[in-house]
Design a protein around this ligand. Structure first.
Ligand code: C5P
Length: 213
């Protein structure tokens, strides 16, 4: 019997290190990587570019989403961080994007990162991780990704922490597919851990799964 392709779910709040881990894990295992946050970001971008408020009905833009929308270079900006979490709270938007995510992983398997991968998109994923870190660590990491080594301190750091806490609150409190740790997900807290250390921990857990298959 051929084993079905391996699906690994990597969920958690913003800037916790999900993307870094998921990308490295995919490379290590020779699997494709899917960043599902990009789908919501691209829907928000289509809304903003059409002059629409991302808090309004985004279902038409979600259905119209094209592959090239995901390749834009202006998806990781503060306006779209916020817009993505507003469109992501809409059940019709999530429904429009669900199949796309499932189809991506069904033939080859994949490492998929997001908020609801282990709970909704792939509840039967082979291995599930929930990656988190304190809001301060996450705000500093996000800043480093965007602004390099320019320092973030004082009121600017406070504002960045507040923004990340507000986005988590929107993602965790929505009715459809809220951000929540799946009961069978392995929790990794990444404060004080390097990307390599997180990858080592996750790699050990995946290896354990392989020995049980
Ligand atoms: O992961 P990233 O920060 O790029 O995600 C942007 C936003 O998209 C999140 O704040 C969340 O609102 C939404 N999202 C989601 N479900 C996913 C992935 C992202 O609701 N699976």
């Amino acid at each position: 019997m051929t084993a079905r392709p391996l699906v690994i779910a990597v969920d958690g709040p913003a800037a916790a290190g999900k993307g870094t881990l998921a990308k490295a894990l995919a490379a290590k295992l020779g699997l494709p990587y899917l960043d599902t946050g990009l789908l919501y970001r691209a829907v928000a971008r289509r809304m903003v570019n059409a002059g629409l408020d991302p808090a309004g009905d985004a279902s038409v833009e979600a259905q119209a989403l094209q592959q090239q929308d995901l390749a834009r270079s202006d998806l990781r900006v503060p306006e779209i961080d916020r817009g993505a979490s507003l469109v992501a709270a809409q059940p019709a938007v999530r429904a429009a994007l669900l199949d796309r995510q499932r189809v991506f992983a069904s033939e080859t398997g994949a490492v998929v990162d997001g908020r609801d991968i282990g709970t909704v998109v792939f509840p039967d994923a082979d291995v599930k991780f929930f990656i988190t870190a304190s809001p301060r660590t996450r705000a500093l990491r996000r800043h480093r990704q965007v602004a390099g080594e320019t320092p973030l301190e004082g009121s600017a750091l406070d504002a960045a922490v507040s923004e990340i806490v507000a986005r988590d609150a929107r993602d965790s409190s929505r009715e459809t597919a809220p951000l929540v740790q799946a009961a069978d997900a392995v929790l990794i807290e990444t404060d004080g851990l390097s990307a390599a250390e997180v990858l080592d921990k996750a790699g050990e857990i995946v290896a354990l799964h392989h020995t049980r298959r």
